[in-house]
Design a protein. Structure first.
Length: 242
């Protein structure tokens, strides 16, 4: 199994942040200031606490802002590179482009969104990878009607992705650990979505995609309602960061 120091994290930070754009004065959403640091720096500091040292940030909108910030090495002992997508490529396309641009082949890729954070334990996610080609971190919720549901069998293998419907169940938490070899199976089309194009195909493979349920603090800063919650969220979980 890969160890954290043989995993590269890929943070997807290329979106326009349309819903919160007016609150950020033109800043890219992952650069939203939270407790004296950009939100995305807190993600990098959490990765450091999980013993992951190599990070690629896939940028798009206002890419120069992120590149300039991380050029100053704000998080010691972390290798952070910014790669700018020439055009919006989707979550799968962004991963493939960044891997090719950096010419890196880690044992596995940890894919995260630059506007959300969930405090899962990476070693436990790695352990789940022994049973498949990839792992999706999921969250149990009382009502999946806002999200869509991840269907899982008794061995935690994902069998289907259902449309939004009421009732309790598991939802996609937006964190994925994928073996590097999976990238070679990606379709050539761009933009390419992990969630809607890669994963539905992967779950039909013999090894497949494994769900790793985590009931942990989670925040997505992508709406005007949730962005103001970020200060308290970080303050209440300072022990999660390095």
């Amino acid at each position: 199994m890969p160890s954290p120091n043989h995993i590269t994290a890929l943070i997807l930070a290329g979106g326009f942040g349309t819903r919160v754009k007016d609150l950020l004065n033109g800043l890219p959403k992952p650069m939203a200031p939270v407790n004296g640091k950009p939100f995305i720096e807190w993600i990098v500091r959490w990765l450091k606490a999980q013993s992951i040292r190599d990070v690629i940030i896939s940028t798009g909108y206002r890419a120069e802002v992120l590149a300039e910030y991380f050029k100053a090495l704000p998080v010691p002992e972390m290798n952070v590179q910014c790669v700018t997508e020439p055009e919006p490529m989707g979550t799968g396309g962004g991963l493939a482009f960044a891997a090719n641009a950096c010419e890196t082949q880690p044992d596995a890729w940890l894919v995260l969104n630059g506007d959300s954070l969930i405090f899962t334990n990476i070693n436990s996610v790695i352990s789940a990878l022994k049973d498949g080609e990839g792992v999706m971190v999921t969250r149990p919720v009382a009502d999946t009607s806002r999200y869509g549901r991840v269907q899982v069998d008794e061995s935690k293998r994902i069998t289907a992705f259902d449309e939004k419907q009421p009732g309790e169940g598991q939802i996609n938490a937006g964190v994925y650990l994928l073996r590097h070899a999976v990238l070679s199976t990606f379709p050539e089309s761009r933009p390419l979505s992990l969630e809607y194009e890669v994963f539905p195909s992967l779950i039909h493979d013999s090894s497949g995609l494994i769900a790793h349920p985590v009931d942990a603090p989670f925040l997505d800063i992508g709406t005007p309602e949730t962005l103001p919650l970020a200060e308290a969220f970080i303050s209440e979980n300072l022990g999660q960061f390095s």
